[in-house]
Design a protein around this ligand. Structure first.
Ligand code: AMP
Ligand code: MG
Length: 438
């Protein structure tokens, strides 16, 4: 059985990021929020575009004021007023100054700005009695960015600061990676959708909703394939179809060693290569990770003959991706499925989405308020809430059962505390590794 760290490295290694040529789309700037930039951006503009004033004050020639003092003030003639957006009307000659406002263009001849608070003005006469520093309060053209250099690299998420930079550079259309398509199917004869009447023995397919929500939050496009019964043929058909629609397939249930756990056998019969069968984590041990090569098509046997499943897809709205399809067979238990999502699937998804870094879960260190217990055999995750107290994280264990079937007390948590393999207790007050999940 792989350790969590081994599984994490192996899975990330299997991921082939979206292609920066083929897997892209153009979106309007305001629609680019949260998307991943697919091509580097350069600008033909300098930032600042021209020398401008950082203060409300007066644009002067440094040479005119460098020796001034309270006893011997420099007296300058104010010859122009330059509000924001205006073009200076005249160059500043020796002995002259211009009234200037924050962000306004520096006039030719002037090289320094003096704050209005430290000068005295009488009509057109300006009295300067404290020498400024040379070039003080002037934002020089191009000091923030020189035209033609890299403005934004590919592979970064677009948030408010990046969108502001793109707006300033007049990029109204942005090339971003398309969303990663992730098929979700739930396996189990006991499962019904939330709107169906619940018969004795049945439970609601909550995993479909949990996984779809995580995917949307992560910027992916979920393809909801619904519930597939515990029956090899429909399951095989559903998986084979999903291979031709999605970049990643998530199934939940059917990956343990029960009599109705068919997923692994079906994957093998469809020609998938299985890389992970279980990981030493609790909850979430029975995790299957497989890849499908897509070039040769997936063959599905219907008993008589073998046919290519692509012929039986009535109409797929999406072009079939070319890179290998990554398959995650998640355990059915709701918390196990989610722990695997946070720990392994979402990092893989982030890598596939074109992000060049920050794939891993967000880990912080904190103090636990309760004793945290494990059998020491597997890396153990306990759910609860983390919050900052005087600048340090504290972890509050969720009350109630921490068995993987208990979905209820997972609600309103935002963190998982991790007990490493080999450790059976982290006592209240001790330091613990915390994975942020919200
Ligand atoms: P399995 O991994 O198929 O053995 O399922 C383990 C447990 O998770 C069983 O109690 C299932 O009823 C439950 N389960 C399986 N799939 C789902 C699902 N999609 N939503 C909620 N619970 C599920
Ligand atoms: Mg099942």
């Amino acid at each position: 059985m792989l350790s969590a760290q081994q599984a994490e490295a192996l899975i990330l290694n299997l991921v082939q990021p979206l292609d920066s040529q083929q897997d892209v789309e153009q979106v309007g700037l305001l629609s680019s929020l949260g998307r991943i930039l697919a091509t580097p951006v350069t600008s033909q503009l300098d930032f600042p575009h021209w020398d401008n004033s950082a203060m409300d004050g007066y644009a002067v020639r440094f040479a005119d004021v460098q020796t001034c003092s309270a006893d011997n003030p420099a007296i300058l003639e104010v010859v122009d007023e330059i509000p924001a957006g205006a073009i200076p009307r005249k160059p500043i000659q020796p002995g002259q100054a211009a009234r200037i406002l924050t962000g306004s263009m520096m006039p030719d001849g002037a090289d320094t700005v003096i704050m209005q608070e430290v000068v005295k003005r009488e009509g057109d006469r300006l009295f300067v009695s404290t020498p400024p520093k040379p070039q003080e309060f002037v934002r020089q053209r191009g000091v923030y960015y020189r035209s033609g250099n890299l403005l934004l690299p590919a592979g970064i998420p677009l948030n408010a600061p990046e969108i502001a930079v793109l707006a300033a550079a007049q990029c109204t259309q942005v090339t971003v990676y398309r969303r990663v398509r992730v098929a979700i199917l739930s396996t189990g004869d006991e499962l019904v959708s939330p709107d169906q009447p619940l018969q004795l023995g049945q439970i609601v397919d909550s995993n479909q909703y949990a996984l779809a929500s995580l995917l949307v939050q992560a910027g992916a496009e979920p393809l909801l394939l619904g519930v597939v019964p515990d029956n090899p043929e429909p399951l095989k058909e559903a998986i084979a179809q999903a291979v031709h629609q999605a970049d990643i397939i998530l199934s939940s249930g059917g990956v343990s060693v029960g009599d109705y756990d068919y997923v692994e056998r079906i994957l093998e019969s469809l020609g998938a290569e299985i890389h992970v069968r279980s990981v030493a984590v609790r909850p979430g041990k029975p995790l299957t990770v497989a890849t499908f090569k897509r070039e040769q098509g997936v063959e599905v046997s219907d008993g008589q003959e073998t046919r290519d499943i692509r012929q039986s897809i009535p109409h797929s709205p999406f072009p079939i991706p070319h890179s290998p399809c990554l398959y995650f067979g998640l355990p059915g238990n709701p918390v196990s499925a989610l722990v695997n999502m946070w720990r392994f699937v979402l990092p893989a998804l982030r890598k596939q989405s074109g992000l060049v870094r920050s794939w891993e879960p967000c880990w912080v260190k904190g103090k636990t308020r309760q004793n945290l217990k494990s059998d020491g055999k597997r890396e153990t995750y306990l759910w609860g809430r983390s919050h900052l107290v005087d600048g340090e994280y504290e972890f509050e264990l969720a009350s109630g059962s921490h068995l993987s079937g208990n979905l209820i007390n997972l609600a309103q948590t935002n963190a998982l505390a991790v007990i490493p393999v080999g450790q059976t207790l982290i006592s209240s007050g001790e330091s613990v590794q915390i994975m942020q999940i919200a």
